[in-house]
Structure formats: structure tokens, C-alpha cells
Design a protein around this ligand. Structure first.
Ligand SMILES: *[C@@H]1O[C@H](CO)[C@@H](O)[C@H](O)[C@H]1NC(C)=O
Ligand SMILES: *[C@@H]1O[C@H](CO)[C@@H](O)[C@H](O)[C@H]1NC(C)=O
Length: 484
């Protein structure tokens, strides 16, 4: 067994900030079925009304979207825009063949335009010709637009028509490739959010360009951009531009612009909606290429069958909250089953490539619910992910964040649910306390209470006998020729 962790450069409190924000759910998730049902009903009615009377692909007010359910996203992909006469008497939307701005999901807006595009970074303005003045828009290019906490860290951009009424500024730099504008504000620094809110949506928008795209990053953070430098290099052949801190005189011109990310689903890509039909499997392949990961699948290479390479278990070790209290016992038990065991401690300062290689070398990865499980994107196909779900009625959270994406990531998913005698909550509260007997009562008090009680103040001690059964199940799904 070896302890491994990435580089340890200081990131000045980013970790704290990151862990505060992890997994913040949309408030409606916490279970008011009545509201959801009535929203679905009114959404249907609203979309009918919109289709008839509204010339915008989405309403000016974003308030109602807060309660909309993700499965309704396709409703918003308006393609039959009503005639939108611009100042010159031509329908620009019709010329473009699609609306300039549209919702790729309840979390994100994307604006796309071709023509004479001029980006003035210091005022965060994109001048577009041709563009109808009615298509002018303001947007925050980050895939969590209804999350007030995240979006407060994201600056707003304007899309403006440049025509006889408003002359565009002179180009000072001419580009021949499309521009992709996105913000890395929001919850940057938390692995789950880095991938869910930024990297996967960026991949969806930019993979189609095969590197021939210029990234213009707003709310630039050099430590963050450096952290994912290898991934950016894989997606774009051009040096990233810290766009909103450019000089006032700088105007960059492009033949095309994509502003804002395309969000499909948590850690996922909907192949039917991605520009050329790529999926999250292509995202994984891109990561392997970018980070030098060797294993596409968990199947041991031919020549290793002889030496019977032992399957490798990676235990994700959390340091502050939701810790495994009996890690040593877990390691011994897993070794007795024939596993080669590693312990990994990812944190915000971890060298992404180094940690990704450790994850990619594993056949089974186990960890308590938390951002670290996002590392599953680096696991080879056919590997097993085991999510340990702490006490507290958190199944919905476990499902939304890691359970749902696992299958498309080509992983076998197992869940290990912590019971009262495996949780430190059993020691902190009397047996009949609602924290133990009625988690939903706690959930009703809001996300901060839920997080404080169940996520920030709970450690776990899995029952080794029960965990052994789960690991034996996992072994059965591996392609390794191993019996214990
Ligand atoms: C309107 O568009 C047509 C082609 O779609 C073009 O021939 C015409 O010149 C345009 N009119 C104006 C006023 O821009
Ligand atoms: C950019 O291209 C335009 C149009 O071709 C040209 O007029 C302008 O001089 C160019 N600007 C620079 C800085 O190269």
C-alpha cells in the first residue's frame, strides 16, 4: 500500500471556498413533489404561450427557470423562430438558420454567430454583424445561470448589433478561427464543479473545431487555467486569452463566435445534441490524450495475464469531512481479497495529470460522496466505482452527482450506504433524534442545514464484513482472472 497525493503548492484558501460550494443542489431538489408537478404543468402552458407570442428563444425573465426540471430542456431549443425583422428589413435569424442565443439547458445559454464578430474584452462586448437589434442580449457565460451563489462570481457579457446605429470598433487583432467565450468564475476550484460546470460544457462546444478555436476566458484565474492547462491545450491550439483584462484599445475580430457553454447533463454529453455526435466517451478519450493516461479499458494487456496482475483498488481518502475512520482496516481487508491497494488524497492543489494517472491505473475506486469522486472520469472503461453514501437521506444527491453519469462513463457503479452504526452521527445524536430518524425533516430546513449536519459533520466507519461483500461483487465485474 502506498499513500499518494499530488503536488502541494499553496492555493490560499481555495480549498475552503471549494468545499463550501460542493454539490449545491437546486433548491427544488429537496423534495417538494407538489411544486415540481405544478411547475411541469405550468411549464407546458407557458411554453405554448411562448411559442405563440414570444419572439425570444427564451423569456427575458429567468426567474421561472429556477424551478424547471432538466428533462424539459429540449422544449427550449426553439428552432422555428417567428419572423424577426431587423433594421434593414431582413430576417437575420432566418439568415443564420438558427437563433443567435438559445438555452442549451436550464443551466446555460449559448449564443452563436457568424459574420463580422468583434470582441471588445475590456467592456465585455461582442459586436455582431449581421445581428438584429432585437437579438441583442446580455448573458453570463457559465453553466449554472440560476445558481445565485455561483453566478455572482461571473461577469456579464453583451452581444450587440453593429450596424448603421452603432459602428463597430476597429479590429486591432484579426483571427481566422472561431472564438469561444466562457467564464471560469462560479465555483472554480472544486473538482466536481470544474468538470460539470466548465470542462465538459467547454468540450461540448469546442471539440467540433479540432483545436482550431480561440478560447477567450472571462473571470480568468491563472492558477485554475494552469491547473487544466493540458486539457485546454488539447482542445485549442491557441494560447488562452484573459479577455476581460485586456487593454481598452484591444479589439479582436473573428469570423465566428460561440459565447457561453453548452450544458447537457452532469458529467455527461448528450450525443444526439452535440455538434458532430460525440459523447462523454470522446471526452474521456480527450482526457487520456491530454494527460497521458495509458489505459482505455480495465482489461489487463495480454502479456499481463500470465503474471496475473492483481486488480488495483484506489481508496479516495478525504481529510476533513466524511472521512473513513477505519482506512487501515479497509486496506487490510481489501488486500486479503487480492487487491493491490492504493490510497489517494486529491485536493484542490493536486497535480491533475499526476492524480489522473493514479486513478487510471485503478480497476476499482471507492470514496465517500464528495468532489473527489469526479476523478472517475479518468477510470478506464469497465472499471468499478463505489460511492459510499453517508447517512441522511442523501440518495438523490448521490444519484444526481455520480450515480447517473457512471454508466455513460462506461463504469460499473456500486453504492455502499452508511448505516447508523457506521456513522459518527450515531454518537453525536440520541437514537430518537430526527437527524437519525427523519432526515427529510432536516432537509426541509434548507441546504445549509443539510450540508452542515450530514456532509460537514459526519465521518464513517464502514462495516468491514459488509464492505467485503461489496468489494467481492466488484471483483466479479472485472475482466481480471482473479479468484480470492
Ligand atoms: C436582405 O437579404 C438578401 C439576401 O438574403 C440580400 O440580397 C439583400 O440585399 C438584403 N437586404 C438588405 C437591405 O440588407
Ligand atoms: C484586419 O482585417 C481587416 C479586414 O481585412 C483589415 O482592414 C485590417 O487592417 C486588419 N487589421 C489588422 C490589425 O491586421
Amino acid at each position: 500500500m502506498r499513500k499518494e497525493s499530488g503536488g502541494k503548492e499553496k492555493q490560499g484558501g481555495r480549498g475552503m471556498k471549494a468545499s463550501r460550494s460542493f454539490g449545491r443542489p437546486e433548491p427544488w431538489r429537496i423534495g417538494n413533489v407538489f411544486i415540481i408537478v405544478s411547475v411541469i404543468l405550468s411549464l407546458g402552458i407557458l411554453s405554448l404561450i411562448k411559442a405563440h407570442y414570444c419572439s425570444y428563444p427564451y423569456g427575458k425573465s429567468q426567474a421561472p427557470s429556477k424551478l424547471m426540471v432538466p428533462t424539459e430542456t429540449n422544449l427550449m431549443m426553439v428552432t422555428d423562430l417567428p419572423e424577426d425583422e431587423d433594421d434593414e428589413g431582413n430576417s437575420t435569424a432566418a439568415n443564420m438558420g438558427k437563433p443567435i442565443c438559445y438555452e442549451t439547458s436550464k443551466r446555460s445559454d449559448t449564443c452563436e454567430a457568424e459574420g463580422d464578430i468583434r470582441v471588445h474584452g475590456s467592456s465585455r462586448t461582442v459586436f455582431v454583424q449581421p445581428l438584429s437589434r432585437r437579438q441583442e442580449r446580455k448573458a453570463k457565460p457559465y453553466a449554472r445561470k440560476n445558481d445565485a451563489v455561483a453566478i455572482a462570481n461571473v461577469k456579464e457579457w453583451s452581444l450587440k448589433a453593429s450596424n448603421s446605429h452603432q459602428l463597430p470598433p476597429e479590429c486591432t487583432i484579426n483571427h481566422t478561427v472561431p472564438a469561444m467565450i466562457l467564464s471560469v468564475g462560479g465555483y472554480a476550484g472544486n473538482l466536481f464543479h470544474d468538470f460539470t460546470d466548465v470542462l465538459v460544457p467547454l468540450f461540448i462546444s469546442s471539440h467540433q473545431f479540432h483545436g482550431e478555436v480561440q478560447f477567450l476566458i472571462s473571470d480568468f484565474k491563472s492558477w485554475w487555467v494552469n491547473k487544466y492547462g493540458l486539457v485546454f491545450k488539447q482542445l485549442s491550439k491557441y494560447e488562452i486569452v484573459d479577455v476581460d483584462s485586456e487593454q481598452e484599445s484591444t479589439v479582436r475580430c473573428f469570423p465566428r463566435v460561440v459565447m457561453g457553454p453548452s450544458f447537457h447533463k452532469v458529467l455527461g454529453v448528450d450525443a444526439s445534441r452535440s455538434p458532430t455526435g460525440y459523447s462523454v466517451v470522446d471526452f474521456k478519450a480527450m482526457l487520456r490524450e491530454a494527460l497521458g493516461l495509458e489505459r482505455a479499458t480495465a482489461t489487463p494487456p495480454e502479456d499481463e495475464w500470465d503474471i496475473r496482475r492483481r486488480p488495483r483498488l484506489l481508496i479516495l481518502s478525504r481529510q476533513n469531512t466524511r472521512r473513513f475512520l477505519n482506512e487501515r482496516g479497509m486496506v487490510d481487508m481489501a488486500m486479503s481479497l487480492g487487491f493491490d491497494v492504493r490510497i489517494g488524497q486529491p485536493d484542490v492543489s493536486t497535480d491533475v495529470a499526476k492524480f489522473a494517472r493514479l486513478v487510471n491505473s485503478a480497476d476499482v475506486m471507492i470514496g465517500v460522496h464528495g468532489a473527489g469522486l469526479t476523478n472517475m472520469v479518468f477510470l478506464p472503461a469497465g472499471a468499478v466505482i463505489i460511492q459510499v453514501v453517508p447517512m441522511g437521506g442523501l440518495e438523490w444527491l448521490a444519484k444526481e452527482t455520480f450515480r447517473d453519469p457512471a454508466e455513460e462513463l462506461e463504469l460499473k457503479y456500486f453504492e455502499y450506504k452508511i448505516q447508523a452504526d457506521e456513522s459518527t452521527l450515531g454518537e453525536q445524536y440520541p437514537k430518537d433524534h430526527p437527524v437519525l430518524t427523519n432526515p427529510y425533516k432536516i432537509h426541509k430546513q434548507g441546504w445549509n442545514t443539510l450540508k452542515s449536519v450530514y456532509l460537514d459533520n459526519q465521518n464513517v466507519r464502514p462495516h468491514l464484513g459488509r464492505l467485503r461483500n461489496t468489494l467481492m461483487e466488484a471483483l466479479k465485474h472485472l475482466p481480471h482472472n482473479v479468484t480470492s
